[in-house]
Structures are given as structure tokens and as C-alpha cells.
Design a protein around this ligand. Structure first.
Ligand code: GAP
Length: 546
């Protein structure tokens, strides 16, 4: 897992606009919003569900139904799977999730909020009370040194501090905190501090007793020492709620594949190398869900476990890493916003021999979209040990001694991909209104393959047989692609509504249609209109969906 790197400034505004558009146009809603929502859970509306489905369909089509050619020039063997969300808990004992799938967590002693220890400083940087201090001490950059000034600090404590950081030691008890700070200052009136030290001093009441404290991003209160917190959601299967009935909601789809590896091998005629692919829900009780859907508690994964001979694992790892990167580019993510980050040796999980993150530059920062890892034979060996089932492979053609295959795992998040495509597609430009006057417009420039609606059909006016003709075109297109019919309002406004939904083509039936059977078809991005025979619309759009 990669760390989330902060956004370049000025991008927060863009993210807010994307979140607002997603809600307004029915892409993504906060889950159970009528009850105030629930942190870390999201619902996909009518446009969002189409977008997400198109992403999953594109992945399935390109990797399972029509997989690429491998590095040896042979088509890749890939099959699909749909395993249960709840599995025997022994699966999670063998995989190491019961023992080790944990994040370090810190609790605020004042406001009781929980934070992931490795994200506290990043969150502090973004927190309102720290930003107001940065302003008071006119820090241009986070790592600039700060010239301490007790008057400025007192004024801040009295006004903004009380409001924004009521838990901060210097706000709760200014005389105590400041007294030892001023002792330091008497010896060194020109004291310069870096902001991290400064914030830690402000969060500490009795340095001699506690050492320097880490402040809470929410209220400034002091945080407890980090404790390990297991991220798996628990439930119970059956009527009794005891230890024996405890089960887990899967935190990844991968283990369903490992648990079925033998079944697939025994029930197909697959030979190594081959892959098993699965798309499905995963659940993690994230301590701090954040950045819209990026870090959620319920999300979907698209994972492949690709089984190969250990001696070929390096070759397959490089193949999958590069193939998966290119896939995102082909679906419309600009390669300048995509990064491939190879993990350093000391970053690798203990079972992994190599790992790379495919990262995207979201408006809130550069973050992981997908990880590609060489997991060696770790998982199959672990399941062999725990279950007693033989996971070795024997090739009856080569008669090579039995071995446990190595696994290359490209593991992506559907929700993160959806968010990346939404962020990439969002654009603002100008378009002429019905009177030809330039007006600003919001447009989602999705790759036509992913666009939730492929084509919208309009009658220019609601008379002269145009609605009937437009309906007939709509009915003919509907069985082949997601199509939308609209006859309400000025046609310019209808175009703009479709631009905002990301619809790549709009077909308009006008006076000329009634005379010669042709329609106009407008391109969302260039706004240019072609005139084509109405029975040529399907071929025209299909050609451009590839
Ligand atoms: N089987 C390996 C595995 O699960 P991971 O890096 O923990 O690896 C894989 O997760 C992908 O799942 C991530 O790259 C990301 O796209 C997605 N993902 C993980 N946690 C997520 C979360 N809390 N919310 C949304 N997507 C998440």
C-alpha cells in the first residue's frame, strides 16, 4: 500500500466541484443520507452505477474473455470466479489477516476521535487549526522555520485557538504550557522552530512527565500511543453469537481465489501459467475513511492471481505491471497523471519479492489505484499448511518434479478507478447557448467506452412528427447501448445536461430529418455536428466506442 501524498495547492476546489457534481447528477451519494450518512460508505446513483459497471465490464472483457497475449507470444489463459464474501475463518488465519491485518491507531484523549498513526501529520497539515497557525506565523512552506513570538501566540490562543483547537494544551492551560516554553525562550529569544516541533510543544502540558505530545488534527488534544487495530469487520454465522460462530467479511477478494485454486485446477484443463480473476466487494474497517470514495470501508476490488513457475515469476511480474499500467492509459487516464512506483526492498511485505503501485494524481494528491505484486508461493503454502490440502502442481507433459506455483497479483480497486476516471474526465470550458452566446459549461470527457450513457436522442421541437421519429431512433438504439431520450427545454440546454453526464454523442431530429431522413450527431468534446442518415447512427456510435 502506498502513502497518500498531499495535493498541489489549488486542487481542493476542483475536488469539491467533482464531489458536488457527482451528487447533483446522480453518480455518487453518501450512503443512508436520509439518516445523516455513515462514514466510509457510498451509494452509486443511476449514472454512477453505469460508469462503474462499464469499468468492471472493460476489465473483465480485456482480461478474462479476451485476455492479452503474454510475453511468450501465447494468448494468456484466464478464468473467472465469484467466491463468497464470508468464508471459513481459517482462511483468514492462514492468510495472516487475523494476526496481522492491522493499522496503528491513536486516540485523542480530549475529543476521543481515532486516527491512523501514519496519517496523523498529513491530517494535521490539512487541519483548520494548524492552517490558521501557519497563517499567523506567516509560514510560506510547511518546512520553513518559524520565528517564535509569544504575543502572536497569546492572541491566537485567545481568539482562533479557543474555537478551532479547544483540546490543545496551550489553549486549555496557557500559563503552564507557555511557562516552560518561555523558560527556553529567555535563554534564546530568537528561537526558531520547525512547525512539527512547535505543534508538539503547544500540545504538551508537562513535558517532564509525558515528553512531547502529538496533537489531534481535530481539536488539538493529546493523542495516545499507537495501538494495533485489526481492520476486519466481524460478524457471526448462525444463531449463537460466540467465538465459535465468529466470521469475517473478506478484506480482499484474493483469498477466495487461493482457497479455490485446487478446485479450478481439478475442474478445468488449465495448465500453468494461468490466472483466476475475480471482481467483488471487500470490507475494511478503516480508521479514517477519507478523500471521498478513495478510502472507504466497503469497496470493490478487481483482482487476478496469476499462477506461474517460480523460474518465470520475474518475467510475468514485469508483464503484468506494464500491461496493467497501459490498460489505464487506454481507458483514458493520461499517462502524465499516472505513475508507476516500484517499491523499495524495505517497503515490501515479508512474502513479496517485488511490488509496484500504479498511482494516479488525484486532486487531493498522488495515490494508489492498483498494486501489482510477486507474492511468491506464500499464500498457497500457507493454505496447504493450514488445510492439509496438497497445493503442488504436476505437469504430466514435462514430468517435472511437483512444485507450488508462484503468484503474480494485479489488485485494483473499482471505486478508486471510478474516482480516477471521474477526476480525469472533469473539465470546464465554454459552449455557445441557444442564442450563440458563449457560456461556461461543465463537461465530463469520459472515454466513450466508459461513458454511462453513450448516446442521447432529442427532437428539436415537440411537434411536426419529430418526437415520434426521435422515439423510433431511441427504441432502435436502446437494445445495443445505454441511450437517453429527452424532449424537454431548449436543445442547447439539453446538450449541456448531456455534457455534464459525459454522454459522448447527441442525436437531434430536426426539420431536415422529416424531409430527407438525416439527423445531426454532435460530438461532446469538439461540439461539432455531422449530418448522417438516421439508420447510420448505430454504426457511427459503435465505431467510436472502441
Ligand atoms: N490482495 C491485495 C490487496 O488487497 P491492497 O493494496 O490492500 O492489496 C488492493 O488493495 C486495491 O484495493 C488497492 O490498490 C485499492 O485500489 C483498493 N483498496 C484497498 N483499500 C481500499 C479502501 N479502503 N477503499 C477503496 N479501495 C481500496
Amino acid at each position: 500500500m502506498s502513502s497518500e501524498k498531499p495535493a498541489p495547492s489549488g486542487q481542493e476546489d476542483r475536488m469539491e466541484k467533482i464531489v458536488a457534481l457527482a451528487k447533483r447528477r446522480g453518480f455518487i451519494y453518501p450512503s443512508s443520507e436520509i439518516y445523516g450518512g455513515i462514514n466510509g460508505f457510498w451509494d452509486y446513483g443511476p449514472l454512477g452505477v453505469e460508469l462503474k459497471r462499464n469499468i468492471k465490464d472493460a476489465w473483465w472483457q480485456d482480461l478474462v474473455r479476451c485476455p492479452p497475449v503474454g510475453p511468450d507470444g501465447e494468448p494468456i489463459r484466464m478464468v473467472g470466479l465469484d467466491s463468497a464474501i464470508i468464508m471459513n475463518p481459517k482462511v483468514w488465519e492462514a492468510s495472516g489477516h487475523v494476526g496481522g491485518f492491522a493499522d496503528p491507531m491513536q486516540t485523542c484523549r480530549q475529543c476521543k476521535k481515532l486516527f491512523r498513526a501514519d496519517q496523523v501529520w498529513e491530517m494535521l497539515r490539512e487541519s483548520a487549526w494548524v492552517q490558521s497557525l501557519v497563517e499567523v506565523f506567516t509560514l510560506a512552506k510547511w518546512d520553513d522555520l518559524l520565528l517564535f513570538n509569544s504575543e502572536k501566540l497569546f492572541r491566537w490562543v485567545d481568539k482562533k485557538g479557543k474555537k478551532l483547537a479547544p483540546g490543545l494544551a496551550v489553549v486549555r492551560n496557557p500559563s503552564v504550557t507557555l511557562s516552560w516554553m518561555s523558560e527556553n525562550l529567555q535563554n534564546n529569544p530568537e528561537m526558531q522552530l520547525n512547525i512539527i516541533d512547535f505543534l508538539r510543544y503547544l500540545a504538551t502540558e508537562q513535558k517532564a512527565q509525558t515528553g512531547l505530545q502529538t496533537p489531534c488534527p481535530n481539536c488539538g488534544g493529546d493523542l495516545t500511543e499507537p495501538r494495533q487495530f485489526n481492520l476486519m469487520f466481524e460478524s457471526h454465522a448462525g444463531a449463537l453469537r460466540d467465538e465459535a460462530s465468529k466470521v469475517y467479511l473478506r478484506p480482499e477478494t484474493a483469498q477466495g481465489i487461493f482457497a479455490n485454486y485446487k478446485n479450478v485446477l481439478d475442474t478445468t484443463r488449465l495448465k500453468i501459467p494461468f490466472g483466476i480473476a475475480q471482481i467483488g466487494k471487500a470490507f475494511r474497517n478503516e480508521i479514517n475513511p477519507r478523500n471521498f470514495t478513495f478510502r472507504s470501508r466497503e469497496f470493490e476490488q478487481m483482482e487476478i492471481e496469476f499462477f506461474c513457475h517460480p523460474s518465470e515469476a520475474d518475467k510475468w511480474y514485469e508483464f503484468w505491471r506494464d500491461t496493467r499500467f497501459k490498460w489505464y492509459v487506454d481507458q483514458g487516464l493520461k499517462s502524465s497523471k499516472l505513475r508507476l512506483r516500484n517499491h523499495e526492498k524495505d517497503e515490501l511485505a515479508h512474502y513479496a519479492r517485488a511490488c509496484a503501485d500504479i498511482e494516479y494524481e488525484f486532486p487531493f494528491g498522488v495515490s494508489e489505484l492498483e498494486g501489482v505484486a510477486n507474492r511468491t508461493d506464500f499464500d498457497l503454502k500457507a493454505h496447504q499448511g493450514k488445510s492439509g490440502r496438497d497445493m503442488t502442481y504436476f505437469d504430466d507433459e514435462t514430468k517435472e518434479p511437483r512444485y507450488i506455483p508462484y503468484v503474480i497479483e494485479p489488485s485494483g480497486g473499482v471505486d478508486r478507478a471510478t474516482l480516477a476516471f471521474l477526476c480525469e474526465a472533469y473539465d470546464e470550458d465554454t459552449a455557445p447557448d441557444e442564442n450563440g452566446k458563449p457560456q461556461s459549461r461543465v463537461v465530463l470527457r469520459f472515454h466513450p467506452r466508459l461513458a454511462p450513457v453513450k448516446v442521447a436522442v432529442f427532437p428539436l421541437v415537440k411537434k411536426d412528427g419529430m418526437p415520434e421519429k426521435a422515439r423510433a431512433i431511441y427504441d432502435a438504439l436502446k437494445p445495443h447501448m445505454t441511450t437517453f431520450y429527452d424532449e424537454k427545454g431548449a436543445v442547447g440546454r439539453r446538450y449541456r445536461r448531456q455534457d455534464e453526464a459525459g454522454t459522448p454523442f447527441c442525436v437531434t431530429v430536426d426539420g431536415q430529418t422529416m424531409a430527407d431522413g438525416t439527423v445531426t450527431i454532435r460530438d461532446r468534446d469538439t461540439m461539432k455536428q455531422d449530418r448522417i442518415p438516421s439508420d447510420g447512427v448505430l454504426a457511427y456510435v459503435r465505431d467510436r466506442l472502441k
